[in-house]
Design a binder for this molecule. Structure first.
Ligand code: ZN
Ligand code: ZN
Length: 241
């Protein structure tokens, strides 16, 4: 039998759902806050247990609080995921059919790209190729902004990639829908959108995984084929350098 849900669990879940995505340290603070308000036993190192209690009650509803990691800095994040809707339709209540088509096309661009990014120019060029109906560039610009605000996309210097929220939420969908092109990280085995790829054997690694893996090594070599790792590895401090 799973431990019963308390008001603290329910409060925590509600806030997580309305946040869309919650960063790890934020979730720890929230855990403490909810337990204090509802006068429930609190231990700072018991967040995982607290969440797994919630998850056991969410299971019959085909929902789950899932933990994932930012591809930029490797920090943990939590997202409430709906296990039934495995497609972009989970966004359907918030967007029009036309906007969803644009989102799918943007996902194609990002996932089929070399580095996990699509430029705003390429994205805006999609606007008049949509099948549902053409979209004005101005309108597409506006929708793009909303995708970023809603944390489905994130933007860096005019280039767009999938937000951590989107990756955690849609990982299974992306892995099955883009079976032949979606890459998995050789180190942590999760979906890798922004990644470095070995020039010799083609394995992919997330940047935070690259940093962790090469830390303290004299020379960066591919963990699979042992060839020299030719990508830049910023933030890696190596012995003797
Ligand atoms: Zn990884
Ligand atoms: Zn290799």
């Amino acid at each position: 039998m799973a431990a019963p849900m308390t008001d603290a669990h329910r409060r925590f879940l509600q806030i997580l759902m309305s946040n869309g995505i919650t960063e790890g340290s934020e979730a720890r603070k929230l855990h403490q806050h909810c337990c204090e308000i509802d006068k429930v036993y609190y231990a700072h190192d018991k967040l995982d247990d607290f969440i797994s209690t919630i998850n056991s009650h969410l299971q019959p509803l085909f929902m789950q609080i899932r933990k994932g990691f930012s591809e930029d800095d490797g920090r943990a994040h939590y997202v409430v995921v709906n296990l039934v809707e495995t497609e972009v339709t989970r966004m359907a209540s918030d967007y029009t059919e036309l906007e969803l088509e644009l989102f799918r096309r943007i996902m194609d661009l990002i996932i089929l790209s070399e580095n996990g990014f699509a430029s705003s120019t390429d994205i805006l060029n999609l606007a008049d190729q949509l099948k549902t109906k053409k979209m004005k560039k101005k309108e597409a610009e506006q929708v793009l902004k909303v995708f970023v605000e809603d944390k489905w996309l994130s933007e860096k210097n005019g280039e767009y990639t999938l937000h951590t929220r989107c990756i955690v939420d849609m990982e299974q969908y992306i892995l099955s829908h883009y079976q032949d092109v979606a890459r998995k990280c050789y180190i942590c085995h999760s979906l890798a959108i922004q990644s470095q790829v070995c020039e010799s054997c083609g394995i992919a690694m997330h940047l935070p995984c690259v940093r962790k893996y090469f830390r303290g090594q004299t020379e960066p070599r591919c963990p699979k084929c042992n060839e020299f790792w030719s990508c830049d590895t910023p933030g890696v401090s190596r012995m003797g350098s």
